[in-house]
Each structure stands twice: as structure tokens, then as C-alpha cells.
Ligand binder design. Structure first.
Ligand code: FES
Length: 161
């Protein structure tokens, strides 16, 4: 595993905070995902070895929590809520708009590498449905026009990066 020195430092600092080192699995996974973008089988084995547990125990955590991912994604991560309130308020149209603006397929990386669009389960903002996350930023009360504005913002930020 080729982790940044600051990731290694964060991992080394996290482990002693837990009475049993295997309890540090979540912060280690978050740190590695933040560093390399996703959690490979190699990452699961590395964490297991670091914590003295079996790789299957790490994989079971990775596959249980939807915010952990096992594949590469685009530079920007778009998650459109598809649970009941958002579904009834037009989430699928919003998702279709995001996909068409970036010529992307659901769960794939757009051809320009800029985005991955996925569905997510309830993002705890049902009262302002439909909603989506772009990385860690929540957008509420969406419709096609707002989705287009957000796409234009993402494209402008990509040009200026
Ligand atoms: S159903 Fe979408 S935020 Fe709860």
C-alpha cells in the first residue's frame, strides 16, 4: 500500500485510542479511502494485517456501509437520494439530468473523469426532497433547472482546477 505519510500518521494515532485495536477499523478505512479514493482488496488486507484480524472482517465492514466504496470514482462524487420522499419528489429526473449533463452512466466514471453519479439512500433531509450530495455538500429542493445549475458549477470548477 502506497499511503501518504499523513495518512500513516493518522492511522498510527487512531489505533491507540481504542481499547481493542480491531475497533479502529472504521477510522482506518475512512483514512485510506480519503487518501486513495476507494478501498481495494489490498487495502482490506493491509488493514486486517495492521489490526490483527482476518481480511473478511474488514471486508464485511466495507460492504455493509454504503459510504465505503470498492471502486474508483470520478473527481466529484454525486449521490442522489432515491428513498421515498425524494423518489416521490422527482429524484430520478434529477439523477437523469446529472447523468446526461456529464454523459455518464449510473455508478460509472464520466468520460472526462470528472464525476461519478450514484443513487444513495435517505440523506436525512426528507423535508427538502429531492436532495443530493456533491462530495460533502448537500443540495436541496432540486429540480431539473437546479440540477443543470449544479452541473454548470461543477464544470466551471473543473475548468478552473
Ligand atoms: S428520502 Fe431523501 S433525504 Fe430522506
Amino acid at each position: 500500500m502506497n499511503l501518504k505519510p499523513e495518512t500513516i500518521a493518522l492511522i498510527e494515532a487512531a489505533i491507540p485510542k481504542y481499547p481493542e485495536k480491531q475497533s479502529a477499523v472504521m477510522p482506518l478505512l475512512h483514512a485510506i479511502q480519503k487518501d486513495i479514493g476507494f478501498l481495494s482488496n489490498e487495502a482490506a488486507e493491509w488493514v486486517a494485517n495492521k489490526l490483527g484480524i482476518e481480511p473478511i472482517n474488514v471486508l464485511s465492514v466495507i460492504t455493509f456501509y454504503p459510504f465505503f466504496r470498492q471502486h474508483k470514482i470520478g473527481k466529484r462524487h454525486i449521490r442522489v437520494c432515491r428513498t421515498l420522499a425524494c423518489a416521490m419528489a422527482g429524484a430520478s429526473k434529477v439523477c437523469d439530468k446529472m447523468l446526461s449533463e456529464f454523459d455518464a452512466e449510473l455508478n460509472g466514471v464520466s468520460p472526462d473523469g470528472e464525476v461519478t453519479v450514484e443513487f444513495a439512500e435517505c440523506l436525512a433531509s426528507c423535508g427538502s426532497a429531492p436532495v443530493m450530495l456533491v462530495d460533502d455538500e448537500l443540495y436541496e429542493n432540486l429540480d431539473s433547472a437546479k440540477a443543470t445549475d449544479i452541473c454548470n458549477k461543477i464544470k466551471a470548477e473543473a475548468k478552473n482546477a
